[in-house]
Structure formats: structure tokens, C-alpha cells
Design a protein around this ligand. Structure first.
Ligand code: GAP
Length: 464
């Protein structure tokens, strides 16, 4: 069975995971809203990330910085000068495209990386690459387009009030480095983690939530002393941790994942080495997250120079020695990973001549952990018992109570939202044994369990 983007987009809308943004007004291109199940899924992902990388580690603390920052931050970080993409216009249909992406799509990534604007224009002209919309191959020269969204703070729209919507959460961490060191007394090596929105005025957003202009990042800046630790070792360690998080903790299938080192020409302006984790999306391999990027001490040095604040760290063994720490950065996109989780979990199988669609989420990620289903709805004794079980389990798990339609239909609905376990209550429960039936989403096996043991059994089965 091949998983197409259309199938997942359709299920996401039909079942309340992701809706088109501003839907009743005809939408706003490439904006998406998370529905009741989507928000649970994404929140679970963020919670697991936070627990794994911040709460469970002694060398990590968290932060929640503002989206709007002093514009000098973006001058210092290099984003004003270098956070650009090569923009071209199709002269025939006026479609705006990214020149490097057009080359990548038709010739390959090697042909696109590290090319100047002039080289991009020349390759596209020479190879007569077609406009993705109208097929013509007559483009304007490539020019540099800055991806940062601009807005104005306060009531006057003048340049002194210009502010940017942050294009990465990372800079909020760098500008708070000193605050964190002085308030927590963290010792190198240590990291700061943050989850939050980022904005990029992408030229070619698309592929559902893969590339949008508003998205959420989960980022770590891990500070270390380059004389005490080799960057190559820290790089290897974070690559391993990021990989394990994606395939072991989130349960994304290893065969759909690969590591890819950036070529020298492809590296961001701040990076000395970057390795991405890529996922096999229905449109091909695409960046899922940056497993590790070695940002050297570029950012802290820049902020130190631009702000005039000394952003150094005093070696506790030798107080005469002050250093500007180096940084390893694993950077995860919450929306893009949530999309990969949905694509990876999607499955169809034939059951009794019917197609069963099932989202095989890792239990910890599933939006609803347990559904409580009374076998018949118009028998008060049964619904009463079912409600009792529902209120009992609701204290511990995200639960759903459903009494509408046949039990078969209710199972299918829960399969489509990826609920790992359904609990049914029948006549025997109330008349005979005070037992319920647990139905397993994946194996479709059923097991009778005493109500008193239900909570413990579910905790064990769910692994939470
Ligand atoms: N601080 C480093 C940084 O921002 P990046 O590779 O540009 O690095 C990190 O972004 C991650 O953020 C990506 O791997 C992806 O998961 C997510 N991301 C980036 N741009 C995105 C977009 N336009 N839409 C959705 N997710 C995006």
C-alpha cells in the first residue's frame, strides 16, 4: 500500500486533525489549523520532546522567549544580510519560484547547492527548465529575497518601528545565554531548549504542512568549551540522540529515514557542519529536522559585538580564563515531524472484504488513548456502567466515550484516529463478571479484563 499525501490530507480533514486555515472564508493559502485530534497529537509530540531533551537531562534547562525581538538581533545573527532565497518570476504566467528548487527538482540537489544568483539564472536558461505552472521557460534574473516577515511595533509605520517575526527560535536562546548562566549557574557543557513559533515568508510553501510560513520549532542550543570537548564528538552524540528520538521514541520507521550531511556549499551562514535527518515523504526525500549543526561561537560572538555585552563564560577551574562557548544545535520542526508521524502511521488493510484505515501511532503520541464503547446504547444499565468506566479512566488517560452507531463502525472510527485501545461494556459486564473487553487497534485481538485491573493493564499496554 502506498501512502499518498492526498490520503493523509483527506483523513486529516475528515477526522479533525488538520483543517485548511480560515476555511469559511475560502482559506488563506498554505495556512493550516490543528483540529481536536491534531492538537492532541502535536502537543504529545512537544511534551515528549520536552521531557526527553529538557526535563530528563541534568545538563539542560528550558526557555520561552518572545517572538518579537530587537531588530539588531537579526543584524547580528546574519539574517538581515544572508537569510535569503533566490527568487525568479515567470514572465509568462507571473508565477514566483525559487531558482535553486527548480534546479534541484529537474537536475538534482548537487547542481543547485552553493550557486550564485548569476549561476542559477544561467543554469535555468541553458537547460530551459520549465515553469512549474505554465511550462514556459522565460524567467526574470534571479534576485535575493529575504525570508523574514516584517511588521511594525506601535502605532507608527516608520522604519524606526520595524520589527521582524523571528525566523528561528534559536536567537531567543543566544540573547538569553548570560541570563541563564547567572540565574541557574549551569556549567559547560549544557544546553537550553525552547519550543515556539517561527515565521518565514517562504517563496514556495506547500506539500501540506511540510513547508508553511508559520510553523513551530523545537530547538536546542548546546554550549560547550571547545578545549574541553571535541566538537566532532558532541556532533556525533547529538546526531545519535536526534536519530534515536525520531525512530525509537517517536516510532517513525527506520526504512523511511536517513541521515544526510550538508555539502560545504550548502551550509547555512553560521554552520561549520550540519547533518539532517530526512524522511521519505510521498514527494521524495525531504528534510525532517537538523540532527545537529555546529554553529561554532558565531552567534554569541556576533551578539557580544553588536550588543556590547560580554557573553563569555568563566572557566570554574581557572577563573582567569574566559571563553565564548561553542554551540551544537539540533533543530526539530514540530509541524513537519507531526506530518511525518501521520504519513508513517497511515495504513490500510483488508478486513472481511472491507478496507480498514488505521493510524498506527506509537501509543504515547496517539491523541486518544482509550475509547469507551457501550455495546448497546438504549440499555440504561450498560450505558451507566460505561459512563462509570469512562469517568474512571478519564482521570488518567485521554479518553473518548462513543455510543453512536454499530460497534464495528465505532471501532473503524477509532482506528482512523489511531486510538490504541477500545474498551467495550456489555450485558456480561453488569450481569455477570464486572469485566470489560479490551480491543487492540493493531492486532484486533480482544481480551476480558476486570474493571479493578483496567487502569493498571492499560498503563502497561500503553507504556505510559
Ligand atoms: N535554527 C536552525 C534552523 O532554523 P532550519 O533547518 O532552517 O534550521 C529547522 O529549520 C527545522 O525547522 C527544519 O528541519 C524543519 O523541521 C523546520 N522548518 C523549517 N522551515 C520550515 C517551514 N517553512 N515549514 C515547516 N517547518 C519548517
Amino acid at each position: 500500500m502506498s501512502v499518498t499525501m492526498d490520503k493523509v490530507v483527506s483523513l486529516a480533514k475528515r477526522r479533525g486533525f488538520v483543517f485548511p486555515g480560515s476555511d469559511i472564508y475560502g482559506g488563506l493559502a498554505n495556512t493550516w489549523d490543528y483540529g481536536p485530534y491534531g492538537v492532541e497529537l502535536k502537543n504529545n509530540l512537544k511534551k515528549i520532546w520536552w521531557k526527553t531533551f529538557v526535563q530528563d537531562r541534568d545538563d539542560m534547562v528550558g526557555l520561552d522567549a518572545s517572538i518579537l525581538m530587537n531588530p539588531k538581533v537579526w543584524e547580528a545573527s546574519g539574517h538581515v544580510a544572508s537569510f535569503t532565497d533566490p527568487l525568479m518570476d515567470c514572465k509568462k504566467c507571473k508565477e514566483r519560484i525559487r531558482g535553486d528548487k527548480l534546479i534541484e527538482q529537474h537536475i538534482g540537489i548537487e547542481a543547485a547547492v552553493g550557486k550564485t544568483l548569476k549561476q542559477i539564472s544561467e543554469i535555468i536558461k541553458e537547460k530551459k527548465l520549465p515553469c512549474p505552472k505554465c511550462g514556459s521557460s522565460d524567467f526574470s534574473e534571479a534576485r535575493s529575497f529575504n525570508l523574514m516577515f516584517k511588521t511594525h511595533q506601535g502605532v507608527v509605520e516608520e522604519s524606526s518601528a520595524l520589527v521582524y517575526m523571528r525566523p528561528e527560535t534559536a536567537q531567543g536562546i543566544f540573547v538569553n545565554f548570560k541570563n541563564v548562566v547567572t540565574t541557574t549557574r549551569m556549567k559547560l557543557p549544557f544546553g537550553i531548549g525552547q519550543i515556539g513559533k517561527a515565521f518565514r515568508n517562504e517563496i514556495t510553501p506547500g506539500n501540506f504542512t511540510f513547508r508553511t510560513r508559520e510553523f513551530e520549532q523545537m530547538e536546542i542550543e548546546y554550549f560547550f568549551d571547545p578545549e574541553a570537548s571535541k566538537w566532532e564528538e558532541i556532533f556525533a552524540e547529538w546526531k545519535k540522540l536526534s536519530w534515536e528520538f525520531v525512530c525509537k521514541t517517536l516510532g517513525i520507521k527506520e526504512e523511511n529515514l536517513r541521515l544526510r550531511d550538508h555539502d560545504k556549499d550548502e551550509l547555512s551562514h553560521y554552520s561549520k557542519g550540519t547533518t539532517d535527518i530526512e524522511y521519505k515523504f510521498p514527494f521524495g526525500w525531504g528534510e525532517l529536522c537538523a540532527a545537529a549543526a555546529y554553529r561554532t561561537n558565531y552567534d554569541l560572538t556576533q551578539h557580544s559585538n553588536f550588543s556590547g555585552e560580554e557573553l563569555s563564560y568563566t572557566d570554574p577551574q581557572n577563573p582567569q580564563r574566559k571563553i565564548i562557548p561553542h554551540v551544537m544545535e539540533p533543530s526539530f520542526g514540530a509541524d513537519r515531524i507531526a506530518l511525518a508521524i501521520m504519513l508513517d502511521a497511515y495504513d490500510e488493510e483488508e478486513v472481511d472484504g472491507d478496507v480498514r484505515t488505521v493510524m498506527r501511532f506509537t501509543p504515547a503520541l496517539a491523541p486518544i488513548k482509550v475509547a469507551i464503547l457501550p455495546l448497546v446504547k438504549n440499555k440504561e444499565v450498560i450505558t451507566q456502567k460505561a459512563e462509570e468506566v469512562y469517568h474512571l479512566l478519564k482521570k488518567e488517560f485521554t479518553c473518548e466515550y462513543d455510543e453512536s452507531g454499530t460497534v464495528g463502525k465505532r471501532y473503524r472510527r477509532q482506528d482512523e484516529i489511531g486510538t490504541p485501545f477500545c474498551v467495550t461494556i456489555d450485558f456480561e459486564t453488569v450481569e455477570k463478571d464486572n469485566c470489560v473487553t479490551i480491543r487492540d487497534r493493531d492486532a484486533m485481538t480482544q481480551e476480558r479484563i476486570k474493571i479493578e485491573e483496567l487502569s493498571a493493564v492499560l498503563h502497561k499496554k500503553l507504556g505510559i
